[in-house]
Design a protein around this ligand. Sequence first.
Ligand SMILES: [Zn+2]
Ligand SMILES: [Zn+2]
Length: 275
Amino acid sequence: MIDLHPIIQRTRDLLSQDTDASVTYAALEARLALEKVCYDRLRQCHDYISHSDLKKWQPNQIVNTLISEVDQHATETRTLSISRQPALEGIEPNDDDYVEIGTEVGFDPKLIGKLWNALARLALHVRIPEHREDQISDYGDRDQIKAKVIEALAELERLSGTTMTFSGIGEEVSFTCRCGTRNKRRASLLRNKQSVSCINPECKASWTAHKVGAEFTFEAHTASVTCDKCQSDNLMPWRLVAALQYEQTGSFSCHNCNHKNYFQWRLTQVRPQSA
Ligand SMILES: [Zn+2]
Ligand SMILES: [Zn+2]
């Protein structure tokens, strides 16, 4: 877990120096801290989500993905406590029988996104000249940058109250990929026909979740190519094939006869089914 306190202190020190340069560096520190705190939460959840399934890398989008895929309660502040006594059926333990284990401060992805964008706009880009006489300034507007850094610091202070992290609560479903990695998902957030990539960054396999009643099964998402020599079907990970550019040629050795085969994407004319 990231300790935000030294970053907050460093940012405050830079602000108090109150020069155009130091205030700009303070904005950079604050912006990096927003990224770090979001990415750290992602790191904690990586058992539940593959890096390949992240469509966007901006901190607020990362948090949005975590909310929709791993933990729908990530926006809420939660405190975990455990009872000093073992639980007995039918007996409600007293409130003072609980010990606090830790707190996770909830994320507001919208606020984080706004601060992160505003810091860059005000402090980390040079203004584009509008005409020939327009001078290129060294830095942005000091007062505006300061105000935004102070806003970001307030949010970072709030987030620094986190003493533990959850990866969500709820029923888990899991399957073991061909590469041997066990993949876990929160059942309540998994959709029928959802495609999930293996969490192992070295593995190209992806799986389609099928919901039958309350149960999930996982089917490997593959493309089948027939061997040119022995006509055997060869199954390839879909993500590997999908990543191939149109003019690129892929190859594989047949699992049956070891013949080297080549393949490429082709454009095919189609007719609409209905009408
Ligand atoms: Zn795998
Ligand atoms: Zn073959």
